[in-house]
Structure formats: C-alpha cells, structure tokens
Design a protein around this ligand. Sequence first.
Ligand code: HEC
Length: 166
Amino acid sequence: MVFRWLVLLLVVAFIGIQFVPVQRTNPPVTAAFAGTPEVKAILERSCYDCHSNETRWPWYSRVAPVSWMVSKHVREGREHLNFSQWGTGAEAGEKAREIWEEVEKGRMPLRSYLLAHPSARLSQADRDVLRNWAGNAVAAEKGQTAVSPKREESTERERHHEERGE
Ligand code: HEC
C-alpha cells in the first residue's frame, strides 16, 4: 500500500517538474568562428552544442530533470566561450590558448556529454590539429612565426627545452 502511494507520488512529482520553465534558446550568430574548415569541423562536432548559439537540443533536453542540467551546461558554456561570438571579448589567441589548455588536460568536452555523444570524443589526430591551430593563433598574436610541431616527438623535445629554459 505504502509502495503504491510512493510510486504515485513520484509520478505526480515527475509530471509536475515538467512545468518548470527551462531555457532552450539559439540566439543569432553574430561573429562566427573563423578558422580552417578542419579545425571548425572538430569544434562543431565536439564543442558547439555548449559553446555556440547553434546548439542541437536533443529530445532529453525536453525532459526534466535532465533538461535542467543540459540547459545549465549550455548557459555556462556560452558564458565562458561562445564560437558564435568569436572576435568579441578576449583576443582570439588568448581564447585558442585556453581551448588547448582544456583539451590537453582532458577537461573538455565534459565527461557527461561524451557519455551521450561518443562521436564527440577527440582522437589523437583531432588533438594534434587543435594543438597546431592554437600554437599558430598564439604565435600570430605575438607577431611571431608559428612553431608548429608536426609530431609527438618534436613536442617532447620542445617540452624538454622549455624545462631547461632554452
Ligand atoms: C556539455 C557541454 C560542453 C561541451 C560539449 C564542451 N564544453 Fe567547454 N565548458 C562547458 C561548461 C559548462 C563550462 C564552464 C564551467 C567549467 O569550466 O567547467 C565550460 C568551459 C570551457 C572553457 C573555459 C574554461 C575556463 O576555465 O574558463 C573552455 C576554454 C572550454 N570549455 C572549451 C571547450 C572545448 C574546446 C570543447 C570541445 C572540445 C568544449 N569546451 C566542449 C561545457 C561544455
């Protein structure tokens, strides 16, 4: 008896929370990301759902309480970095540096997102492309010629040099 009431209560609560308004907006793209098609394709696939105004809202983004989490990720993601407003705010080189930092440390894309979007996982080749792109963007901002390591070994070597202050 108690169990039945509990189930009923849960069902009513589940239906009730569906009426809490959730923001699912896609505002206009004002300053689209400028980068090579290769870089753009990777970012579109793995980052744009949370870091652009071109979010693909999945069906479960319409079902509370998951919708609350998705909406929060998108809102906070856009606040930190929005590829639809590239060219406004911080300099491109600075943003590229931050992007590579997050990717290198494996903090982005968010783990919960990867569970639902396995194809957003970054391959080693994707990471190489992003690292080279970020390196070039940072160098361009400093007005230097880019150093773009082609292979892992060369990065290893560079890191070694950096450590010794060379
Ligand atoms: C599921 C949503 C989601 C996806 C997908 C996602 N991010 Fe994020 N990102 C966030 C949220 C939320 C934050 C802000 C909170 C935080 O730092 O954890 C954030 C923060 C960031 C920041 C700012 C970090 C800081 O310390 O200010 C960068 C840079 C970033 N993300 C890059 C990326 C890149 C690059 C990708 C794709 C490879 C990506 N993100 C994919 C949700 C996402």
